[in-house]
Design a protein around this ligand. Structure first.
Ligand code: GMT
Length: 375
């Protein structure tokens, strides 16, 4: 049994999901888990006797122009390392969590190993910002171990920040108890979608990098050929522009804006195709969620997406922004029952074989053993 501290952004998409689900799986294996975050992670939805939560409280005095979250976090980390005698502090995101962990390690009087998992945005967005580059590099170099969620992210990190140290690639995973194809098709009726209509789904935080407009443009062409509906799940900065585009293209009766949703496996289970057309995507956890529910995916040739979708086996990879190719390939999958069934089955199988949660859990546990044995 190990004592493991976990810090993540508790409300942010994929990285928060992976950090919390990993904490839950580790707790189920008997480890003692201490979440050190600003809010209870949103996926921590039940009581575990060996999961503890330590809230980072940020006090804002009038003399500070910005609340000192980073320092409050480092202080809390040091407090928890000392009091709970943590073996490992596993932080998700270099910025600022790895930096805070390094500071906390220096403040604490109990030895702890720091593991940093890179999820993407701190490298692909902040890594370009010269005011941040050096501190991100410092966080990566000073961590005891660094993991990335795809080979592509490891390569990009090395290239952009001139990192020479080794990094382990540990892929995203899903909880198979939640993500499987539910057979109840009643939801389709509830959304007034005809049984014969095809359902295309996109799930994201509607950031610019997700290129949701491409999803709508591709759907415009698909809907001209195949009776279908588009489910847009999530919310974010590009929501209003997307809404306007749907009106401008006259697609309002075919596009359902569902906002943020919790039980996406039920929505995925009524879906026939998933589109993720991002220009930056270190892995694409939403693809794995779809594949686990037997949904073929079309994704762009960006970041780690080609490590998740096998072109011509579980779905297709297209060039970023190539609407013609995306719609052509979508129509092929949706109109050919044999192709759809083959891709659907192979997607489910791929998730079970390559990304099984127990397998990824084993890889993290092996990494913890190595770091504690100074290997
Ligand atoms: O995709 C986002 O904008 C959210 C972001 C996050 O920080 O939670 O997701 C990142 O981490 C996920 C979990 O490792 C990956 O599956 C996503 O691909 C990655 N997002 C990007 O690289 C844009």
């Amino acid at each position: 049994m190990k004592k493991i501290g976990i810090t993540c952004y508790p409300t942010v998409g994929g990285s928060g999901v992976i950090a919390t689900e990993l904490g839950k799986l580790l707790a189920e294996e008997g480890h003692e888990i201490h979440f050190i975050t600003s809010q209870v992670p949103f996926r921590l939805n039940r009581i575990y006797s060996n999961i503890f939560y330590h809230e980072v409280e940020v006090t804002n005095y009038p003399v500070f122009s910005h609340p000192p979250y980073d320092l409050a976090l480092a202080n809390k980390m040091a407090e928890v390392i000392n009091r709970e005698k943590l073996d490992i502090l596993h932080v998700h995101y270099a910025m600022p969590h790895a930096i805070c962990a390094i500071l906390a390690k220096q403040m604490a009087n109990h030895d702890v190993k720091i593991i940093t998992t890179l999820h993407g945005t701190d490298i692909t967005v902040l890594g370009i910002d010269s005011s941040m580059k050096n501190i991100i590099k410092f966080g990566i170099e000073q961590s005891d171990r660094v993991t990335t969620v795809s080979k592509s992210l490891a390569e990009q990190t090395k290239e952009m920040l001139s990192i020479t140290r080794g990094m382990d690639v540990l892929y995203n995973f899903v909880d198979e108890r939640e993500y499987f194809r539910h057979s109840d098709q009643d939801l389709k009726k509830q959304y007034h979608i005809g049984q014969e209509e095809k359902v295309i789904i996109h799930i994201s935080n509607f950031r610019r990098v997700k290129r949701v407009a491409d999803v709508v443009h591709a759907f415009h062409r698909i809907a001209a050929e195949i009776p279908s509906k588009l489910l847009l799940v999530g919310d974010g900065p590009e929501f209003s522009n997307t809404y306007q585009l749907v009106q401008d293209l006259g697609l309002q009766d075919h596009v359902l804006f569902l906002g943020k949703q919790e039980n996406v496996s039920e929505l995925l289970s009524i879906s026939d195709l998933k589109l993720l057309l991002s220009e930056k995507e270190s892995f694409g956890l939403v693809l794995l969620e779809a594949m686990a529910c037997g949904v073929p995916c079309i994704g762009t040739n960006a970041g780690g997406i080609p490590e998740v979708i096998l072109h011509g086996e579980t779905g297709y990879i297209t060039d970023i922004g190539d609407i013609e190719d995306i719609s052509k390939k979508s129509i092929e999958i949706l109109s050919n029952k044999d192709i759809w069934e083959k891709f659907s089955k192979q997607s489910e199988k791929r998730v079970k074989v390559e990304f099984h949660s127990q397998e990824i859990l084993k890889q993290y546990e092996a990494l913890y053993d190595k770091v504690l044995n100074n290997e």
